[in-house]
Design a protein around this ligand. Sequence first.
Ligand code: NAI
Length: 313
Amino acid sequence: MALRFDGKVAIVTGAGGGLGKTYALELAKRGCKVVVNDLGGDRHGTSSSTSMADKVVQEIKAAGGQAVANYDSVEYGDKIVKTAIDNFGRIDIVINNAGILRDVSFVKMTELDWDLIFKVHVKGAYAVTKAAWPYMRDQKYGRIVVTSSNAGVHGNFGQVNYAAAKSALIGFANALAQEGAKYNILANTLVPTAGSRLTETVMPQNLVDALKPDYVTPLVTYMVHDSFEDSGKVFEAGAGWYGTLQYYKSKGKVISNATADDLAKNWSTITDMNGAEFIGTITEQSARLVSILEEHESSSASSGSSSSGGAFP
Ligand code: NAI
């Protein structure tokens, strides 16, 4: 059965082209009312026009769907959410997709390169989500997606600014997921790879042509549907591959009163990923540390020394 979005209202930021356009078209095709936000600027975030969003709205309407354009920069999230409320009366789905690149080696990076990237990716996702959040809490329903990148996960040469911003978004969504849980607000991170205006400067043309944005669209569509249940997770799509990324911790080694020399001696054991454990939440992580502390205390007690001896400073 097709996943439908009748009665739902979505904001897709940066939906005038590239990946965002495909999300807007697909959601509208499935019955969703869509706010098509796009500043209509260049890929470096330094200009604006209304035509990009307008064209997508026209395409949605021509196909019988419902959509409205918004031309504000994502840092004015309240105006974008107001467009949803004024036109459709509610907001259920926020897809934080708008993005720019200002690739430059760290030695040549200016404060403007850093600030613009953070303004669009991080402040933008914050501002739109923040304005939508009270509506989602009140109605006890929300689906939020933020867009990270493999650069945010692995880092990338010439993208210190972009990698840092994309990494910040993962923490943003993971924390939102915890605050949204009791209000049925799910927040997840997308890591896409696709040929677009943004990537044509860094990918060879044959790859830009082959990595169709439409390969990413089904994942985002499912991530914002009623039936989706995961939250605080990272999902990835590109080239027709779909998967997830998770954090694992090495078994490591407990060393009482360790010195730097002890760590140097044991480094291969500390960093050995054989038998690494999946840590799903910060609660699990805290429980893990508490149990190590308890082990310490019981071994100190059996050896006659006191736990206040500072095994865990
Ligand atoms: P794109 O350049 O085709 O689309 C981005 C859109 O965001 C543009 O239409 C642009 O006008 C709009 N935009 C830029 N600044 C804005 C602002 N301040 N307010 C509102 N709209 C704004 O790029 P693409 O590839 O579709 O990227 C979409 C998202 O996916 C971005 O966040 C990007 O960083 C991310 N991404 C893309 C990857 C790829 O392989 N294409 C890889 C990893 C992440």
